[in-house]
Design a protein around this ligand. Sequence first.
Ligand code: SF4
Ligand code: SF4
Length: 364
Amino acid sequence: MFIMKYRPLGKTGLQVSALAMGCMRLPEHDPELAAEVVDAAIAAGVNYFETTRRYINGRCQHLTAPGLKGRSRGLIVSGKAALDEETSADSYRQEIDLQMEILEVDYLEFFQVGWFALDKLELLTKNGGALEALDKARDEGIIGHIGFTGHDKPENFTKVVETGIFESVTLPYNMLNRSYAPTIKRAGELDMGVVVMCPVAGGMLASPSPQLQDIIPGGAATTAAAAIQFVLRNHDVSCACSGMSTLEMLNENAATVSSFEGMSADGQARMDRILDEFAAVGEKFCTACGYCMDCPNGVDIPGNFRLYNHARIYDLTEWARSQYQAMDEQKRAAACTECGECEPKCPNTLPIREQLKEVAQALS
Ligand code: SF4
Ligand code: SF4
């Protein structure tokens, strides 16, 4: 039995469950399980469901609909669509209608302008553009609120937040990527909803890392639990939106949120200090600038070093090994022929050949 926690979703007047469900990881080939996971999430008190037509080879909303069973009022079901030069108010409205039809609901509490960036602001707000469709749908009571999401630079996201057009922002934030923290803070000052995507770093933090578990005051039972607690300790965050594909993932995350009672200021400061130290260690090695590329033999030099850094700094060795195995053989550190062409190009004067040998040994 979980006791879900709820938080205000900016100034929308909505209370959102601290654990939200990203429906982009529902199991593509098991619709029955997908429906079960959505249904169980609702039973656990999850009330936010992030969907879009584009995910899971176009199946995301088809897989979500049976679990929702037409329930949209009382839940915060969110649709999402991109826009481009061709997007008009009419085409965007057709997209909103289509997403509701697939989800088998007559109302969406939220609609997100997806894959958004500062340089798309004019496209959004032009006469006859997507914002007109969103405003009209809101006036007609088809949707409740408008948010945005994307992967623009944090400083650009902050500028979009400051336009006042949107009621929520959905952005990536986790133990290994704190670059959007200033945007979250600004959104908090403006009383805007903040939905955190990738709280477990796209699954990376589902792999065991005792080091990251230890930085949570009192320790965390699993790395995924540490990752969710890290996100929710931030009071400007409305919810952690995690992509969940199994009942086990849902239960683990719901249990974490149920038992999380916040974190003291001292505990938070200690955690930030340790994460800063980890990041500083990472910068002594490869900074992923890419100046050494392209390797004439096809080795993905920064890609290999990134995996290695995660293994040695965060203890994410199991994850790093699995990623290394999943790489094309040509891109792996072991494919380096030691020609030496890359080394003079590295501004950090890294002994790339030597280090690639270490990577191959550690991750093979
Ligand atoms: S030394 Fe290795 S990684 Fe560097 S350019 Fe040559 S083959 Fe590529
Ligand atoms: S040039 Fe050096 S620091 Fe930059 S990606 Fe290549 S190895 Fe890493």
